[in-house]
Design a protein around this ligand. Sequence first.
Ligand code: PLP
Length: 385
Amino acid sequence: MGETDEYGKTERAGRTDRAWIEVDRGNLLHNVSELQRICGGKCALMPAVKANAYGHGDVIVSRILQEAGIQDYCVASVDEGIRLRRAGISGQILILGYTHPDAFPELKDYRLTQTAVDLDYAGKISAYYGNSIAVHVGVDTGMHRLGIPYDRTDLVEKVWALPGIRVTGVFSHLCVSDGLTEAEDRYTREQIKRFDHVTEYLRAKGIAGFQTHIQGSYGILNYPEYSYNLARPGIALYGCLSSAADRVRAEVSLKPVLSLKARVACVKDLPAGEAAGYGLTYTAETVRRTAIVTAGYADGIPRSLSNRGQAIVRGRKVPVIGRICMDQLTLDVTDAPGVSSGDEVIFIGEEGGNRLTAEDMAEAAGTITNEILSRLGNRPGRLEV
Ligand SMILES: *Cc1c(COP(=O)(O)O)cnc(C)c1O
């Protein structure tokens, strides 16, 4: 797709890239309807498409979501919002974090909604542009990150009193909704209670016409009995839980949206007793058949998976050996007969009944899927399948 360049070629993307990402439209739509079902009819999804839609490709993902009727999106920065507008996303786009006042003109020009991270900051927005920028007020109900403290309802109320400010929402964020211990459950319900207290206070003061939201993925999946105007799913929308070990209360079927693939560059034997790669960290005990693969840590495969990651090639799971390089890595394909140059290699995805998930990769790397996915490089092309 795209325009022809001076060499008469159009942009290549996807399977001819050395590493690429496939976005499964059907699975994304499936997750949308699952989350919508759990949220209930009165709540609209406002997907988190920040960080390039958790590495999936924000434009691809948002266009699919828009076609599916999604009208609200959240991002982390002005630039992410602008990318969506340029891609033709027309609904509400909320910036969840801080925006430098020098970028306030962009908020206005691109019709982006800005989070008021505290009262002082709301004052800056008000002073700058009068009533042209829409604002959602952040309320800190216990995470102690952004927002006006929940017990300072007087300060929350003051945002409305700022000259010309246009407040269209009030929201908070849960910090232990992924945990189901008694203490975590109690804390989450307390956060929700504090949030309700703030919105009830505002309504009692005659303030109305604002949207409310507090649930991310785990807020939806573990506290489905609560319902607000909007919910902000990220990771679950992409068909993942943060960790394989997580359990959630709602009955839900999530399907992974992303696959990460690359190619075998060449195949060779590593003789017994020889070591391979930077630092010579792997030594062959017996002769090994190795495949050098066209993906590395600059594509998002954590270097910590050196000598411990896995991939699927010719339908078989095989181990990473030696250090992962910036652009390449090595697999031991001794047990996957017939591997040859040009073969497809799957790091996240499935083939031949074998499956590697983002959860598997996250667990091996000692992190969560959110980090694995959002750190996928910008070098792999993204394509919809
Ligand atoms: C990233 C983010 C989300 C989405 O979180 P998930 O756990 O991925 O669903 C929701 N709300 C806020 C404020 C966020 O920063």
